[in-house]
Design a protein around this ligand. Sequence first.
Ligand code: DGJ
Length: 585
Amino acid sequence: MVSASLACSKIRYALISSSHIGNLPSREKVIMEQKRFKRRVMTVIVACTLLAAYASTVRGAQKSSPPHLRRQGRATQLVVDGKPFLILGGELGNSSSSSVEYLRPIWPKLAALNLNTVVIPVYWELIEPKEGQFDFSLVDELIQQARKHQLRLVPLWFASWKNSMSCYAPSWVKSNQQRFPRSQDKSGNSIEILSPFNRENVSADASAFKAFMRHLREVDSNDHTVIMVQVENEIGMIPDSRDRSAIADRFFKLPVPPELTNYLEQHKETLIPEFRTVWAANQFKTRGSWEEVFGSGPGTDEIFMAWYFARYVNQVAELGKAEYKLPMFVNAALIRPGYLPGQYPSAGPLPHLMDIWRAGAPQIDFLSPDIYFPNFAEWTRKYQRSGNPLFIPEVASGPLNAVQVLYAIAQHDAIGFSPFSIESIAEPTRSLVAAAYDLVEQMTPIIVENQGKGVMAGFLPEGAEQRVPQKVSLGGYTLNITYERSSSSSPVLGAQAADSVSGGLVIAVGPDEFIFAGTGLVVTFEPNSAGAPIVGILSVEEGKYVNGQWTPGRRLNGDQTHQGRHLRLPSGRFDIQRIKLYRYR
Ligand code: DGJ
């Protein structure tokens, strides 16, 4: 808009100057010139009005197109109001959003943590307390409060399943077992887990979700406070590997549906390796019962359940998207090493079942991990495979969150990050997360510009990297990263977090030039491309991004870089530094 009107005033000025009448004109000439001048001015005014209207339509369209996903290189970005958005989130504890009063004092605390998004439960039982009668007053209040605090929302649809169980199903569902059957164990006992094989179950959930999404469209399609939706929560069978009810047994004996076998055949070469191995052991069979195609045992029970869970969720998501097409995802409870399906929630959207979930639930845009184990980097790696965009809706809260977020965003182009029970975090996690989120917020324009282009890397000391330098090859150099320990006098980390937090990210922003951000890192450089063999430092600046522009602070070419030998992001604080290198003999 601004540039459109600027262009117009320049044109007007040029026209006025070019129409200047020469010396001592005749009366007719003056009248003619005046008419021509008026015509030109009118033309310019009409053109400018049209241009301005067009610019505002384009902006309006950007604003009014709902949040959506788009590819940039190898990355998938979440686009909100026309711009890629990084979710700096926190998930509320399960019950916090069931009471407006309970949550009221929490909102300002969330905003003070530099969150831009709250991952927030919404509850089928409260939305549809009586069948067909919907109450969105709680949802509306959550949206109002979020707007007041300039926060976006990612609702979690707690409905048929929440951590395997059906505890959030309305009482009219729970108490009518005849109509809404449960899964059963081997002895024929029912479990409070709605059976995914029953039409009444899925259609009741899907119509409630449809009403929820319709309501979101009605109240939020201009504001986009709600940016994505999680469908159900940590789906999975436990304590058995599959539903043993009569109807489940009947489905288990049927042939594997051709929708699945066709998908597997079409994607045979790119299937997730651990799943491909299972299918390969059965000679890539495409016809027969589940046991004939995949062998017998808990692994096959799990594949079978994953398919039917995925079909169910797909139907719920499909009806919801038909009302309001927001990105939708499902989340998984991960596997404790050595556990079998049923000992962990069997058949959730786990890494080895990604292909089954993809084939069964094409309406689901991506699968997400809830990371409560210490091998954070490994799980993030597994969830970025075969084009799955990484979003971490839950991670165990703690000081490491501050570096995990930098790592996930830079190393795996993550859409976002969100520690669990964010309202209960205490120091030093609180200050650490706030500092790291501030850093990412400053750098968002440069990060999103570089996503998917292979010019970013994340640093997280996990396993062996804690002791030996981590090597990263980027921009024609090998970067050797060592991790420092923080001192107990740290102004940000405090004594409690001493020696626990280091990590960060790097972006190669130009020839011989990098931006580093994080804490507790020392980086040396070696050449990794043709040219002179020794690498020197031309300059290191610390600084900030203000409105997306680099704003330098101190020049650090003395002690702070060991007189040009390395780059160092000291422990105990979160910094951004820009380094320029050169080569010599
Ligand atoms: C994972 C679940 O998804 C959350 O809703 C919550 O129950 C946490 N576990 C508790 O650790």
